[in-house]
Design a protein around this ligand. Structure first.
Ligand SMILES: [Zn+2]
Length: 288
């Protein structure tokens, strides 16, 4: 679930709280969470956090002099800052970084993960190895704060694949996932199944505007409402995604949904698909 706006506000809040803070120690209770072993986690002991940044949907915790924690929260992870150490039996803990801060004696940066899957991961890398990481080197241009112009966007999307798939492909454009893609396509009045190579100049222009306005609006919203420790559930200001059955906030038509294995796509049939209701694959399979 965390996409560009959610990761951006996390990076901002953590950067403000942790920049300059010394690390006491770190551990990785999640068996599969830590994907590297050299340098060891103990290399962090006594070092200072110099910045927390975002790249695409990844978080980067920079540590003096040349170390960096590369964090991917996947669909159910959070990076949170608590003023109390995690309990031994907290099953959501994947990575714990204790902060040596006299003002907050039990402060701890914690990567947690909810649900049954263990998918979120972290790597401890030397700074100069960062750009060799495939998950970063293959990223397309950032969707925010300056999404590609209409012409560039058309070039990036020039393939016979549906917009809903392409916009979530981090190699095409980075930062957008299942929630925000629905909002963006609805804002631009584009069908989720329109092919990328069918996009006109005007449509690409509308898409660019929609990418910017949705992501920027979400970050502005989070600036007002999100505080440390970073809540388990961020208050996503959504209008279409997860709103199946409710009236479209613009035209009043009923928002429809297509259910996939692990996510739901929502859209307004009146404004996005020419009145056509797309087949709900899950439903039609169940009815057979
Ligand atoms: Zn509508």
């Amino acid at each position: 679930m965390p996409e560009l706006p959610e990761v951006e506000i996390t990076a901002r809040r953590l950067d403000a709280a942790l920049r300059g803070a010394p690390i006491e120690s770190a551990s990785a209770p999640g068996i599969n969470a830590l994907k590297t072993f050299d340098p060891p986690l103990s290399a962090l002991d006594g070092r200072e956090i110099t910045a927390v940044r975002r790249r695409g949907k990844h978080l980067l915790v920079h540590v003096a002099d040349d170390l960096v924690l590369l964090v991917h929260l996947m669909s159910a992870g959070r990076l949170q800052l608590f003023d109390k150490h995690a309990g031994m039996r907290d099953r959501t803990s994947r990575l714990l970084v204790r902060i040596a801060d006299p003002e907050h004696p039990a402060r701890e940066l914690r990567m947690r993960e909810f649900g049954t899957k263990q998918a979120a991961w972290v790597k401890l890398l030397c700074e100069d190895a960062l750009e060799d990481e495939d998950v970063l080197s293959t990223l397309g241009p950032e969707a925010w704060p300056d999404p590609p112009c209409a012409e560039h966007l058309r070039a990036l999307l020039k393939a016979p694949r549906p917009l809903h798939t392409m916009l979530r492909d981090q190699r095409v454009i980075t930062g957008i996932g299942r929630s925000w893609v629905d909002e963006i396509l609805w804002t631009a009045r584009l069908s989720p199944f329109k092919r990328g190579d069918d996009l006109s100049d005007e449509e690409a222009e509308a898409l660019r505007d929609a990418i910017f306005s949705n992501l920027d609006g979400a970050i502005e919203h989070y600036e007002q409402v999100v505080k440390l420790p970073i809540p388990d559930k961020l208050p996503l200001p959504l209008r279409v995604h997860r709103k199946a059955g409710e009236p479209c906030p613009r035209c009043g038509a009923t928002i429809e949904a297509v259910h996939y294995e692990d996510y739901v796509m929502c859209y307004c049939p009146e404004e996005q698909t020419g009145g056509k209701v797309l087949k709900d694959r899950r439903l039609s399979r169940l009815l057979k």
